[in-house]
Write a protein that binds this ligand. Structure first.
Ligand code: ZN
Length: 253
């Protein structure tokens, strides 16, 4: 295999990795924003439940005050009733007392409704507070992990770029720039392997003569369909894998 092709294959491996890392770095802030948004949503729901609970308690307090006020009114009216001058006055006091009693009954009923509603709210708030504290801890840990990941990715990219410079320096300048040109115009892929007589990238069947020349490996060959550099990896021969001593005693030899 031509050294330029070997170098181009290595460049492609490095460039693929750089692309993956670059995409990862770009995706991390979006991931962080998503988990923060989810946390924010849970926080808002907790605040809404807390507000509803506090409104419920305020309402109950008001009902209790109303009951007290009406009870005081009743005891005052009862005192006045004793001094009633005539039947008409007496009935008027009685009527007013009845009204206050109705008010008390209405408040008591409302308190029961509020108490029923506050119980699940109270449980929600308590559970949400616990869950939210755990979630916040998770989000903070995830953010830290993402930041560390970004730093590590950047370091790896720098290392890969360093290796890349070294490889390009060893290549024929024209081939190196050709690699670059094809890579930019072909979705980041400049070189493809010929597998089973086809270009593995565009899948075109290579002409027999073309494949023959490619296998010889005397020159840089470009896929006639996708215009990428092609290389051919000869399968390792069985003979190379079996030790000489075994081959000598193998049947048919
Ligand atoms: Zn092709």
């Amino acid at each position: 295999m031509l050294p330029d092709i070997k170098h181009a294959i290595r460049l492609q491996i490095l460039d693929d990795r750089i692309t993956v890392l670059t995409k990862e770095i770009a995706a991390l802030p979006k991931h962080i924003a998503e988990i923060e948004k989810k946390l924010e949503g849970h926080l808002r729901r907790l605040e809404a439940d807390k507000a509803a609970l506090s409104a419920n308690q305020k309402d109950r307090k008001k009902m209790e005050t109303d009951i007290q006020t009406n009870e005081q009114k009743i005891s005052k009216l009862k005192g006045q009733m004793n001094d009633a001058k005539n039947n008409e006055q007496y009935q008027a006091f009685q009527h007013e007392i009845g009204f206050c009693q109705q008010e008390i009954a209405r408040c008591e009923e409302r308190i029961l409704v509020l108490m029923g509603a506050s119980e699940p709210l109270d449980q929600n708030v308590k559970a949400a507070e616990v869950a939210l504290a755990a979630e916040k801890k998770d989000v903070d840990a995830e953010k830290k992990r993402m930041q560390e990941r970004t730093v590590a990715d950047r370091q790896e990219i720098e290392k890969l770029k360093g290796e890349r410079v070294g490889i390009v320096a060893q290549m024929t300048p024209k081939i190196a720039s050709e690699y670059e040109r094809i890579r930019k115009g072909r979705a980041g892929v400049a070189i493809a392997e010929a597998v089973n007589g086809r270009c593995s990238k565009c899948n075109i069947m290579l002409r027999p003569q073309f494949l023959q020349d490619l296998k010889l490996g005397h020159s840089i060959m470009i896929c006639e369909s996708c215009r990428r550099m092609l290389y051919y990896n000869a399968p390792e021969s069985f003979d190379d894998l079996v030790p000489q001593s075994v081959r000598d005693t193998a049947p048919g030899r």
